[in-house]
Design a protein around this ligand. Structure first.
Ligand code: ZN
Length: 520
């Protein structure tokens, strides 16, 4: 049985799901054109930003134009996503990313890798999202612990003018490290390269082309540091993967990284770019390729050399009510507090406050860290007692910085603390702490107690900060290049919202910094 993708879409890609595989039916010595379009790490950006950058309505115009061009030349398009559609924009998060998945359905995505952030919501939400999407969510390495069955299909077969194309999904093992145990406790995340050892040769038997759509990260030369192994490691671990369409590390790859004969691509994040890989297939192999990472109305990029991409009005009309509903939902009460939390800049930049402690603690708890440090310049307002709304939290933390951590030796932690302690009162760099008792004498750390003990230079400690600080912001040491650095992908405001939801009513006195930092 073969199922045609709805003819109204004008596609001739044929799905061959769950049936006996037919042999190849392409003509020998004939060129076939397959264009792979791809995005990844959408993270709730269904709507363009205030500068008119990215957004799904411009993406639709762009993709429609490329489809028309490719099909006019007799080629075909596969549109793939490297996953992480969820989490990052409250207007999307508060609606379970419904606009995002409906938008992807309108864009006619063919398949998606399951990303770690797809597990930020309960399972019934994820399954609802798969329904909204209507295209397959793929992951070959996520299985139920009890029976070993896949949560989603491991792969999907497509037929491109007689060329059989296998699209197989893989998901980062780090999902268990940074995911919510409540939502993934019944699942095993197997090692992708181990699963690939068996699966890729099997797919090789029944396909001409193997595309892995992954959410594992691209780490140059396979240096994945504190992360789980990524696309480069996967490509090197097995023969036969022709293309890896990746995600998770959220880096733009302006040229495919060719590893062990595999073309690895990734399109940054948020739909800022659409990747376009034009393949010429001859005798069941890639004969040649061209690549372009196309910016979607980016204002400070090579977009300046490209014409503005118009909004697709049909997409805009579908999304606009969600944008309005999302904005309205920001007024929803998420919790309450029995007293005020102090974030006023004249105070928070000069002394430890309960709001500084609250934010640092929420981040430390989320990342299961030992110590959290928050730059006071990232705290923009008081959080008043009484009911608290999402909007109140966004007023306090408007910058949408990421939650990141690094596993430091005690010696490295002490060096970092010396810098943090030296930040002058009155500056935005001034540090707010949680998880540590510090004595600071003349701007230097003279005693540091973590988990009830003096910091041991040879022990390991997890330090949690925000992505701004990790990149060297406010003069903090750059740690996002440390081998043990991990970006959780969670947004600061979301982290505190979740913490308030879980701990309301907040007792302001529980967050009194008291004597945890003594300056002399
Ligand atoms: Zn991710």
């Amino acid at each position: 049985m073969k199922t045609l993708v709805p003819a109204s879409l004008g596609l001739t890609v044929v799905l061959l799901s769950g049936c006996a595989m037919m042999g190849p039916s392409y003509e020998p010595d004939t060129d076939y054109q397959l264009t792979i379009l791809h995005t990844n790490d959408h993270h709730g950006r269904f709507w363009r930003n205030s500068d008119g950058e990215y957004g799904m309505s411009a993406r639709k115009t762009l993709i429609d134009a490329i489809r028309a061009e490719v099909e006019a030349e007799g080629g075909e398009v596969l549109l793939l996503s490297g996953g992480d559609i969820n989490t990052g924009v409250p207007e999307s998060d508060l609606q379970d990313a419904e606009p995002d998945f409906l938008g992807m359905a309108m864009l006619e995505y063919d398949a998606m890798a399951v990303g770690n952030h797809e597990f930020d919501n309960p399972r019934d939400v994820l399954m609802k999202q798969a329904d909204w999407a209507g295209f397959p969510f793929l992951s070959a390495n996520i299985v139920y612990k009890d029976n070993g069955r896949h949560l989603f299909e491991p792969y999907e077969m497509f037929n491109v003018q007689g060329n059989r194309v296998a699209v197989v999904g893989f998901t980062t093992e780090d999902t268990v490290k940074i995911g919510n145990p409540e939502y993934i406790g019944d699942l095993d995340f197997l090692t992708p390269s181990v699963v690939a050892q068996d699966l890729i040769p099997e797919l090789d038997e029944k396909s001409e082309l193997i595309i892995a759509v992954t959410h594992m990260g691209h780490y140059a030369n396979g240096n994945y540091g504190g992360n789980a192994p990524g696309d480069v490691t996967l490509a090197r671990s097995v023969e036969g993967i022709d293309v890896i369409v990746g995600g998770h590390s959220q880096n733009p790859l302006f040229e495919p990284d060719v590893q062990n004969g595999t073309l690895i691509v990734q399109a940054h994040e948020w739909g800022k770019y659409v990747g376009r890989l034009d393949l010429t297939i001859r005798n069941g192999e890639i004969a040649s390729y061209e690549y372009d990472l196309i910016p979607v109305n980016l204002k400070e990029d090579d977009q300046l050399l490209r014409p503005e991409i118009a909004q697709n009005l049909e997409m805009l009309a579908m999304l606009a009510p969600y944008q309005q509903a999302g904005s309205a939902a920001l007024d929803t009460v998420i919790g309450s507090a029995d007293g005020d939390f102090i974030g006023d800049r004249s105070v928070v930049r000069n002394q430890p406050t309960n709001l500084g402690t609250l934010i640092a603690r929420a981040q430390r708890v989320k990342a299961q860290g030992d110590v959290a440090i928050m730059n006071s310049g990232g705290i923009r307002a008081d959080l008043e007692g009484g009911d608290i709304s999402y909007k109140d939290v966004l007023t306090v933390q408007p910058f949408a910085n990421g939650l990141v951590y690094v596993d430091f030796s005690g010696a490295e932690l002490l060096d970092y603390l010396d810098v943090a302690a030296s930040k002058q009162a009155g500056s935005g760099a001034f540090a707010q702490f949680d998880g540590i008792n510090l004595r600071i004498t003349d701007g230097e750390v003279t005693r540091a107690i973590v988990n009830g003990r003096e910091v041991d230079p040879s022990q390991t400690y997890r330090l949690v900060v925000n992505s701004f600080m990790a990149s060297g912001g406010d003069g903090y040491p750059q740690i996002n290049n440390h081998p043990n650095f991990v970006n959780t992908g969670f947004i600061d405001a979301d982290v505190i919202v979740e913490y308030i939801e879980d701990n309301s009513p907040l007792q302001a006195s529980d967050y009194n910094p008291g004597l945890s930092v003594v300056r002399r």
